[in-house]
Design a protein around this ligand. Structure first.
Ligand SMILES: NC(=O)C1=CN([C@@H]2O[C@H](COP(=O)(O)OP(=O)(O)OC[C@H]3O[C@@H](n4cnc5c(N)ncnc54)[C@H](OP(=O)(O)O)[C@@H]3O)[C@@H](O)[C@H]2O)C=CC1
Length: 430
């Protein structure tokens, strides 16, 4: 099916790549009907936090209000799988809280003054159970994936509600567990590479791109996307991740743990774009790795914006961040003609449609390093906090077995009801 399939099986633990046939989708449609919240159901299960802090603040509850449709463009999704990102660990500790409050939907369960109980989890793969009246691209029963914006209630819950624009049809070739590993890193990589880096499918061919932190979530996705677009990709990572990133298509790999990385990179041909997922010292030497006076761009994902707004307040923090960005941009364009930019995640369902096509064409594979059941969300956070990610950590929110059991129970209840009716009718006739 795909050039790297064998290789990835080595890395993807407990994770099989299976093909869903059209018949398979119709099974999911029935599943969806039995999975929709009943008219009487107003609460759902979720992992929430009631205050910011360490892992101890994560609390499982079955009493969170279901996020019903509040506007005509919304889609309500039953969550099958969610994945974790470094942002979840940071948000658990209060990162970005001030800026997120500004963007919260007034109709959501969270108010601007009190975001708790807050649900984390930015990726979702699941099934549509309800749609607003103006939703045109989705109907109940559709299998979908999406990245949940950080200002909305997250996907570590039975249901999540998003606007139609944020949602996309899930790739047919992926299970929910595999699909949940992609949306947030895909939306981040696309926003950074396209909007800030100026690359796209039509102009990336043979462009030299350096990705730092290539073995993590964003890196493993970006390598594959850039290779699908025909770029030449150099990656920095630890020595023990070299096999992984090469398997995903990296042309050149530099081990940052052995010797002076800047020195090694300086011996290579200069780059058109650097996507920096590491930050810190990297920024110091990366500017000098770009082709001067050629429109080359350095894009970092590690920005001080949210830290600044958290510590200085919204106005001062934003101004300070703006000043930092502006002065670095000016300094770099004047000194060697390279662009300095910040890259951010941006919600974008249509961009995920394009990723979906690449996945179904076998050009992008999910890289699921670890998966946890819904009962073990704190353990999944612990795993993430240990660092050294090799792809993504996924949480199985709805176990496929539970769904099958539910379906069997439902059909056996129906059978029982039908036979009871038959018995009563026979009794009447007699
Ligand atoms: N601005 C935005 O909107 C967004 C920002 N981000 C940020 O981007 C960064 C990357 O995100 P993500 O891929 O999800 O993170 P991950 O935690 O999934 O991956 C980070 C990877 O970097 C590797 N790494 C650590 N130090 C270095 C180094 N010095 N050189 C090369 N590789 C290194 C780690 O492995 P090992 O330590 O074993 O080498 C790990 O594989 C994070 O800081 C994240 O917060 C992410 C999404 C959105």
């Amino acid at each position: 099916m795909c050039k790297n399939k064998f290789f990835l099986f080595f890395y993807i633990k407990d994770c099989s790549i299976k093909t869903l046939s059209r018949a398979g989708c119709s099974v999911c449609f029935r599943r969806n009907l039995s999975s929709s919240p009943s008219r009487l159901q107003s609460c759902m299960s979720a992992w929430v936090i009631d205050q910011y802090g360490t892992n101890g603040v994560l609390r499982y509850t079955e009493e969170v209000t279901i996020p019903t449709i509040n506007s005509a463009s919304e889609v309500m999704i039953k969550v099958y799988a969610a994945s974790l990102n470094p942002l979840d660990v940071s948000m658990r500790g209060g990162y970005g809280a001030k800026l997120m409050k500004l963007r919260r939907d007034p109709f959501s369960v969270m108010s601007a003054d009190n975001e708790f109980p807050l649900i984390l989890g930015r990726d979702v793969s699941g099934v549509v159970v309800d749609c607003g009246s103006e939703v045109t691209h989705f109907t109940p029963g559709d299998e979908v994936w999406a990245a949940v914006p950080p200002w909305k209630q997250g996907s570590l819950a039975e249901f999540v509600t998003l606007t139609e624009y944020e949602v996309s049809h899930k790739p047919k070739l992926l299970s929910h567990i595999e699909a949940a590993s992609i949306p947030y890193v895909a939306n981040t990589a696309l926003s950074a590479l396209v909007n800030a880096g100026g690359l796209c499918r039509d102009n990336a061919s043979n462009k030299r791109v350096l990705i730092t932190g290539g073995s993590g979530g964003v890196g493993t996705f970006s390598i594959q996307l850039l290779k699908a677009w025909g770029a030449h990709v150099t990656v920095t990572c630890s020595q023990n991740a070299e096999g992984l990133v090469r398997g995903l298509g990296a042309d050149e790999v530099v081990d940052y743990t052995a010797g002076d990385i800047a020195e090694k990179l300086e011996t290579m041909d200069k780059f058109d774009v650097v996507l920096d997922g590491v930050g810190g010292d990297t920024e110091e030497y990366a500017m000098g790795l770009l082709k001067p006076w050629s429109g080359a761009k350095y894009v970092t994902l590690v920005t001080p914006l949210l830290l600044n707004t958290d510590s200085m307040g919204l106005l001062d923090g934003t101004l300070h961040a703006g000043f930092t960005l502006h002065s670095k941009a000016i300094q770099n364009i004047l000194s060697n003609g390279v662009f300095y930019r910040w890259g951010f995640y941006a919600p974008d369902g249509p961009a995920l449609d394009e990723v979906s096509r690449l996945v179904d064409a076998g050009k992008i594979l999910p890289v699921v390093e670890a998966q946890f059941p819904f009962t073990q969300v704190p353990q999944a956070f612990q795993k993430l906090e240990q660092g050294h990610a090799r792809g993504k950590t996924v949480v199985r929110v709805t176990e496929e077995d539970d769904e099958q059991t539910e379906e069997l129970l439902q059909s056996s209840r129906l059978d029982t009801a039908e036979s009871e009716q038959e018995v009563q009718e026979t009794a009447k006739q007699n």
